[in-house]
Design a protein around this ligand. Structure first.
Ligand SMILES: Cc1cc2nc3c(=O)[nH]c(=O)nc-3n(C[C@H](O)[C@H](O)[C@H](O)COP(=O)(O)OP(=O)(O)OC[C@H]3O[C@@H](n4cnc5c(N)ncnc54)[C@H](O)[C@@H]3O)c2cc1C
Length: 308
């Protein structure tokens, strides 16, 4: 048997007696209980190369003691439970990569392309297991103006701000990505770090304001951002892009249905897009390890059927 890596298709191709077997690629975004549970089933199915990409902490790492999960005579720390899960997945050949997923793109042949600060990769199937959505910053005006000038998705809403000035709140790669999306349609884009240092280089045509924000104000819709130092910035829209892209940010941008801050899935954890699944806290319901693990297993079974 011989094999070679086909650079064009990115697949490992084995040739034996003239037979060519394409090894498919499965991506799991998130190394929490949902993502790791899914990776175990996928790895054992031998249907795909399995990669788990993660950035930031799993909610489980913050749990001091877990005593409502099956199999432990004594309480176990969330950190230990997670480390054991990752070690088990690695033993089965799952690859773990620490990288922020900023966005996903669907190609015409229904392959999924990741957008990361360092490039992109193509996968046959993807599971979003990125946990509960990140919290919205506690700035006066954000909740009041949601849908009236406050947005969480540049790709979805940039059209509404054609030729108008907009601002992006955030200080990382995700904020920059949103700003770069908006710059194509808006008259100007300003990044507001709200007291943080900018963590990535920003092109000169995108000004940065580091002052702390007091409130977002307007009449019926957003018209300005007021800073604690008394200065203000006129803007037609404010895009929230703090930290990493949240679950619904990723889903919405690629066209998967969401329901509030949850990704909408059926009982097999399938989204409305073929080959795209979601599991764990990002799908709502019981926000517990047992449910995340069960979701991950169900999603993996669906992904295995899809790959077949
Ligand atoms: C303080 C605390 C105590 C808890 N106590 C209990 C308890 O006693 N019992 C119990 O059952 N449950 C408890 N929970 C809840 C439990 O931890 C969660 O339900 C569970 O971790 C959800 O798993 P998940 O895989 O869906 O998401 P998470 O565990 O949150 O994992 C999400 C993963 O997604 C990754 N990620 C997110 N965005 C991106 C991105 N853009 N790119 C790449 N990676 C990304 C993160 O790095 C992380 O690896 C507790 C939670 C907290 C916070």
């Amino acid at each position: 048997m011989c094999y070679n890596r086909n650079k064009k298709s990115n697949y490992l191709i084995f040739q034996k007696n003239e037979r060519v077997i394409h090894i498919k690629k499965a991506l799991i975004i998130g190394a929490g209980p949902a993502g790791i549970s899914a990776s175990l089933y996928l790895a054992r199915s031998n249907k795909a190369d399995v990669t788990v990409v993660f950035s930031g902490k799993s909610a489980l790492e913050k749990a001091e003691k877990i005593e409502n999960y099956f199999g432990f005579a004594q309480p176990v720390s969330g950190k230990e439970l997670l480390e054991n899960g990752i070690a088990g997945a690695k033993r089965l050949g799952v690859k773990f990569v620490e990288e922020e997923i900023i966005g996903l793109q669907l190609s015409p042949d229904f392959k999924y392309e990741t957008i990361t600060p360092h490039g992109s990769e193509t996968y046959d199937t993807v599971l979003i297991a990125t946990g509960a959505n990140r919290t919205t910053p506690k700035i006066k005006g954000i909740k009041e103006f949601e849908g009236r000038g406050i947005s969480y998705c540049a790709v979805c809403d940039s059209f509404f701000y054609k030729g108008k000035p907009v601002a992006v709140i955030g200080s990382g790669e995700y904020a920059l990505h949103e700003a770069m999306t908006l710059i194509n349609t808006a008259s100007s884009v300003t990044i507001l770090t709200n007291g943080e240092e900018m963590k990535t280089a920003v092109p000169d045509n995108i000004p940065i304001i580091k002052d702390k924000i007091l409130e977002i104000s307007g009449e019926n819709k957003v018209s300005r951002v007021i800073f604690e130092n008394g200065e203000s910035l006129d803007t037609a829209g404010v895009f929230i892009a703090i930290g990493t892209a949240g679950s619904t940010d990723l889903a919405r941008k690629i066209g998967a249905e969401t329901d509030g801050n949850k990704i909408f899935v059926d009982k097999n954890m399938s989204t409305n897009l073929p080959g795209l699944y979601a599991a764990g806290d990002c799908t709502g319901g019981l926000l517990q390890v047992s449910k995340a693990v069960a979701d991950g297993a169900a999603a993996a079974m669906s992904m295995i059927s899809f790959l077949k």
